[in-house]
Design a protein around this ligand. Structure first.
Ligand code: FES
Length: 289
């Protein structure tokens, strides 16, 4: 089955360079306001291991959709108003989480995202107008139903960003499926420079390797956020534990465990078990194959 023709034009949005000046300006503002730190990591969803924004949109969209159903029934204007107010109140934190993720996206994602955000902003305005009308004893249904259409269009673009453009998806998920189970040699210990990030390749899978003395840490090299090359990043230390910081958007991962120590990534890197046999470094990925 083919994609519906009107929806094919969304692909063109990704390449609409005319959106770049405004998208870049808004991105700069978001990055200036949301500095790296605990708040931004929470907005990204680092503590829950998934982006937070898709979870949060349930509150405004769920409230507004419920209000639309109630509005079909007689005598439910007050209940609808409560739901619409709930949606309007929850829109700001929901948008903030979305802005945080969006501001670390690449240019095609920024273009679609700026239209997605504009649609949602218009929808919030329409729902706010509907709420004001309802509080004044008027119907407000025309505004809220228009808001539902607009927020649905915005949601469609959000789905495009998540599923077609993979913003928020784990870009490292395929690794265990592309590696044979068991131990594999990745070269001699002697060839690894002490304290430096090095790249090795296992089959088709790039790895980032870090040696401290006889201890070797190995992670998948493709950053789970948006596929940045971790071997080109920097080594930092978190409570004495070595971490790698991605060169593209500064996600940080523990070199020992692969866990995220700093967003925007929310998914950990695959961490390999290592051993040295007769001077050769061998790696094994639990659950591979
Ligand atoms: S690709 Fe974005 S932080 Fe690594």
């Amino acid at each position: 089955m083919k994609t519906l023709r009107p929806l094919q034009s969304i692909d063109k949005l990704e390449n609409a360079a005319a959106l770049d000046p405004v998208a870049n300006k808004v991105r700069d503002v978001v990055q200036a306001v949301l500095k790296p730190g605990a708040l931004r990591d929470i907005l990204h969803g680092v503590p829950i291991g998934h982006p937070l924004h898709p979870l949060m949109i349930l509150v405004p969209t769920g409230s507004w959709l419920s209000a639309a159903v109630l509005d079909l029934l007689p005598g439910s204007n007050k209940a609808s108003a409560v739901l619409i107010g709930t949606g309007v109140a929850s829109a700001a934190p929901t948008a903030l989480a979305g802005w945080a993720d969006w501001s670390e996206g690449h240019e095609q994602q920024l273009r679609v995202g700026i239209v997605h955000a504009t649609a949602n902003l218009i929808a919030v305005g329409l729902y706010t107008g509907s709420l004001v009308q309802r509080l004044r004893g008027r119907s407000g249904k025309l505004l809220s139903y228009t808001g539902l259409v607009v927020v649905s269009a915005g949601g469609f673009l959000g789905g495009h960003m998540s599923y077609r453009q993979s913003l928020g998806a784990n870009h490292n998920e395929d690794v265990p499926h592309r590696i044979e189970a068991g131990w594999h040699s990745i070269g001699s210990l002697e060839e690894l420079q002490e304290g430096k990030l090095e790249k090795r390749v296992l089959g088709e899978i790039p790895l980032v390797v870090f040696r401290r003395g006889s201890e070797v840490s190995v992670l998948s090299n493709t950053c789970s956020h948006l596929s940045g090359p971790l071997n080109e990043g920097e080594v930092t230390f978190d409570d004495g534990n070595p971490c790698v910081v991605c060169p593209w958007h500064n996600s940080g991962f523990s070199l020992k465990t692969g866990e995220v120590v700093q967003g925007p990534a929310t998914s950990p890197q695959h961490s390999f078990e290592t051993r040295v046999i007769a001077g050769q470094v061998e790696v094994s990925l639990p659950n591979a194959g």
